[in-house]
Design a protein around this ligand. Structure first.
Ligand SMILES: [Fe+2]
Ligand SMILES: [Fe+2]
Length: 395
């Protein structure tokens, strides 16, 4: 093998190796960083940036380094913007001799750009989806061979980028669907306006306090958003009754937990979210087995459901309802302490106590989402000041 052949084989190995690695990265920011690193190694240059094209906004964007802010500029502006627009490669041996080069960033940072290779990455439909920009080739200028290497890298990187974009779009669709369901059910009844989202925030604080993993916290968030979804099937006259429900009415009201399970069974949850319907459907079970719909006790109830249950009670007490005013935090805690053991999980209650400062801050932040006195059906909140049975059985 001749020396140039050996070098070509080495480059090919490197491209294959990088491709394999890129395929495992599904987070867009991480992918941008990995592609930039790969470009620097492959082309033996000083630095590289990979931009993605946001066709909806007509912009090009990137994150230059870990944790740094996103940079965005219109398609067509600067060399990267131009390449995003035309798809043509721009190889500049001497930046300062080229009128297309903008020396402003160099001036601001003290960096000195000499050579630049800017290359378009095309997606499966032949549209430009990104731009590679390699800066300052070590010991020379970027060659035709560099352009070829970058073409190979860009081809495989495009698959990884499109994959990551698809995953991101799917995730955004999923999150917005769940949020929309929560908003829809909360809108059924003025007194529970914002309830599902507040329960979600409180449950998130409690779960994090209990040391749960980010994935587990996300499952609990989803269960919080959907826990009362079954209320969509509860008739207005029970859901919106201002005052105490009689036994028959309460039985109707209670059916919402079962309905939550029934409806959520129809939704195809992502594999890592499969236990969310169960968590949501169990939010009225009690530690002593006297809850509903199934009368499960202790650890028969998923931990997620026990957390959502505490967050649910917390919101029922701190926010105003038809039949009670907003309770201050000390009264809320006093009531919840009496519920620990029989109704609420003592371990979850302990986390509520520990997380109190964040819970209080979250209540303050969410106060604006509370139903207001004077809203339809809210009546005068001062009428009910006694702790009612309904406080202990939040819906
Ligand atoms: Fe409920
Ligand atoms: Fe609830």
């Amino acid at each position: 093998m001749t020396a140039p052949e050996g070098r070509a084989a080495q480059r090919l190995d490197l491209i294959l190796d990088v491709t394999r690695r890129l395929m495992t990265v599904t987070d867009l920011d991480a992918l941008l960083r990995a592609m930039a690193e790969a470009t620097t190694t492959l082309l033996e240059c000083d630095r590289a940036t990979v931009y993605l094209v946001d066709h909806e906004k007509g912009e090009v964007w990137s994150k230059v380094a870990l944790g740094s802010a996103e940079i965005r500029f219109p398609i067509g502006r600067g060399i990267a913007g131009l390449v995003a627009q035309t798809g043509e490669t721009v190889n500049i041996p001497d930046a300062y001799a080229d009128p297309r080069f903008n020396p402003e960033p160099d001036r601001a940072t003290g960096y000195r750009t000499t050579s630049l290779l800017t290359f378009a990455m095309t997606g499966h439909d032949a549209r430009v989806i990104g731009v590679f920009q390699a800066v300052n080739k070590r010991g020379g200028v970027f060659t035709a061979e560099d352009e070829e290497s970058l073409a190979s890298l860009a081809a495989s990187a495009a698959v990884a980028v499109e994959n990551a974009l698809l995953l991101q779009a799917q995730r955004e669709l999923w999150l917005s669907l769940v949020e929309t369901l929560a908003v829809t059910v909360d809108a059924r009844d003025q007194q529970t306006a914002g309830h599902s989202r507040r329960v979600t925030r409180y449950a998130e604080v409690i779960a994090a306090e209990m040391g749960m993993s980010p994935k587990e916290v996300e499952r609990i968030r989803t269960a919080g958003l959907l826990h009362d979804y079954g209320k969509i099937a509860v008739r207005d006259r029970f859901l919106q009754k201002a005052g105490k429900l009689d036994e028959v009415e309460f039985a109707y009201m209670k059916a919402h937990a079962e309905k939550t399970a029934e409806f959520l069974m129809l939704l195809r949850f992502p594999p890592d979210m499969r236990d969310v319907p169960l968590m949501a459907a169990q939010h009225h079970e009690r530690m002593d087995g006297k809850g509903y719909p199934l009368g499960l006790a202790g650890d028969q109830i998923t931990l997620g459901a026990r957390i959502v249950a505490a967050a649910d009670v917390f919101d029922a007490l701190t926010a105003p309802r038809y039949y009670k005013p907003s309770y201050p935090i000390d009264k809320t805690l006093e009531i919840m302490r009496t519920m620990a053991g029989e109704h609420l999980d003592p371990a979850v209650m302990a986390a509520v106590e520990r997380a109190l400062p964040s819970l209080v801050a979250t209540v303050d932040e969410l106060k604006s989402t509370w139903p207001q006195a004077g809203d339809q059906g809210m009546g005068s909140l001062q009428e009910a000041s006694q702790l009612s049975e309904r406080d202990r059985t939040p819906s």
